[in-house]
Design a protein. Structure first.
Length: 253
């Protein structure tokens, strides 16, 4: 029932958005080539599906996103688990992290393009940077905030590394780590599009730039909607994976 209500909320929200869009189109004095109607965007979406460009760009973007996001999360979680257990070491690492964390990943784009050229790698690196710091910091914080009773019980049972980390510390810290992973998902998806606008010649971000250059605002808006819908789907899949993991550890209903 809860899932049905959530789906209903999404449908109603999208319907309201489209109605507002249509009203703005009806009262706007802009040329329809610059501000298309929902019907024009739908026609553009059908056009992209028919010629195969949409699915090709989605496939390309998803490959880049998966490569950058998954590698970033894995490395950040592993480092976070280590540094969380070594607070004295993290005291020296943290200033560098806090220095680099506020820098927008796109600020690195000129340097990344110079090093790796145009293609998949710049977008993957941008996604990696965007996801890395939220996951790292949430993992370190989660490990540092574990109830000491877990460690005392583990010590009494003679549990040692690496079993202590993967069977006790990681499951206990996972709910807070998952929050960082969720935050990183949205950030990485945003910067995937930004990275493809500059450092790629394919993908959804490039499709937006190409539509702008060809004055195809209908394709531009249709692509934006696709990006938004895919963001919702990715977030839903991540929540499902989180619930399955917690359920396997007896931490979810």
């Amino acid at each position: 029932m809860k899932k049905l209500l959530s789906l209903k909320n999404i449908v109603v929200s999208l319907a309201i958005l489209i109605i507002i869009w249509q009203i703005l189109f009806s009262v706007s004095s802009y040329d329809k080539a610059l501000f298309p109607s929902p019907k024009m965007a739908l026609d553009a979406l059908i056009e992209m599906i028919s010629n195969g460009k949409l699915f090709e760009n989605i496939r390309t973007s998803m490959y880049r996103f998966a490569a950058g996001y998954i590698s970033s999360v894995v490395i950040a979680v592993v480092l976070g688990l280590i540094l969380g257990r070594l607070p004295k070491v993290f005291q020296y690492v943290n200033p560098a992290v806090q220095l680099l964390r506020p820098i927008s990943p796109t600020a690195w784009m000129p340097f990344i393009v110079l090093l790796f050229g145009i293609g998949d790698v710049p977008a993957i690196v941008i996604i990696f940077i965007a996801a890395f710091f939220p996951v790292l910091l949430s993992t370190v914080s989660a490990v540092g905030g574990i109830d000491p009773i877990y460690l005392k019980v583990s010590q009494n049972f003679g549990i040692k590394q690496p079993a202590l980390t993967w069977k006790v510390i990681f499951p206990a810290a996972f709910p807070q780590i998952a929050n960082g992973i969720h935050l990183a998902l949205g950030t990485a998806w945003i910067f995937l599009v930004a990275g493809e606008m500059v450092g790629a010649q394919s993908g959804l971000g490039y499709q937006i730039i190409d539509a702008r250059n060809n004055i195809r605002a209908d394709i531009l808006l249709a692509t934006i909607l696709v990006i938004g819908v895919m963001g919702i789907l990715l977030d839903s899949l991540l929540k499902l994976a989180e619930r399955l993991i917690l359920r396997s550890w007896g931490g979810a209903e």
